[in-house]
Design a protein around this ligand. Structure first.
Ligand code: FMN
Length: 217
């Protein structure tokens, strides 16, 4: 099948677009308002972009009702800070809970039954129980136009200034143990996946190149 996105004439019962880029990691993002209220929300338009230093991005749509910006965007614009928390199978329910649209005065971490851990360099707290956290500072916001006001997106690009990894999430040889922590990711529709198998190939990536290696004799 073929369709043009300006016409959206796919003829399918559900828009297939998000199912065509899968799995999407979930950036579970903590921010804090100028008034000091903690906000937590999942974003599957999320990824890491570089590594030396690392940058991440997430893309937030606008409110269906009035086209207003989501609290996460308002907070990042105001404070310049956010925290990425890795979403795992164990915390799938509170992650889903934190997607609710609630008033700006509500602490969404507490509302999801979660506790915060203090960050070191930024003010937004980290989600306790999440095995990986990145402390991030705003680099740039890019606005993407929408066909309507509510489909306008704000792409938040942040520099990762600190990384926390739970020691219990590391294997004996010092790798992040994804089979143990089971990160979850978004598919299309209401579908999710979690990491339950891993395979390896020998192709080298730029990330491998920055790992110090023994000199070739
Ligand atoms: C798994 C998952 C992924 C989501 N991904 C996005 C996303 O990439 N962009 C977005 O705008 N909303 C996304 N949402 C919806 C937001 O999480 C929701 O609108 C959010 O609670 C907005 O919160 P805020 O107004 O407190 O910032 C997602 C929801 C779920 C459950």
């Amino acid at each position: 099948m073929y369709y043009e996105t300006d016409k959206n004439d796919h003829g399918l019962p559900y828009n297939p677009l998000k199912a065509c880029v899968v799995p999407r990691p979930i950036g579970w993002i903590t921010t804090i308002s100028e008034a000091g209220v903690v906000n937590l929300a999942p974003f599957s338009f999320f990824n890491v972009l570089s590594y030396d230093p690392p940058f991440v991005l997430f893309s937030a749509g606008s409110h269906e009702a009035d086209g207003g910006r989501k609290d996460t965007v308002v907070n990042v614009e105001a404070t310049g800070e956010f925290v990425y928390n890795m979403a795992t199978w164990a915390q799938r329910e509170p992650m889903n809970h934190s997607a609710q649209i609630v008033g700006r005065g509500i602490d969404e971490m507490a509302a999801a039954g979660l506790e915060g851990l203090p960050s070191r360099l930024v003010r937004p707290p980290r989600v306790k129980g999440s095995p990986v956290h990145f402390e991030c500072r705003l680099h740039q916001i890019v606005k993407l136009p929408g066909h309507k006001k509510s489909s306008e997106h704000h792409v938040i690009i942040g520099r990762v200034d600190a990384v926390h990894i739970d020691d219990a999430a590391l294997t004996a040889d010092g790798r992040v143990d994804v089979l143990k922590i089971r990160p979850i990711a978004r598919l299309g529709y209401k579908d999710y996946t979690s990491i339950e198998s891993v395979f390896q190939m020998e192709k080298r990536t730029p990330e491998d190149e920055i790992v110090p290696r023994a000199p070739v004799p």
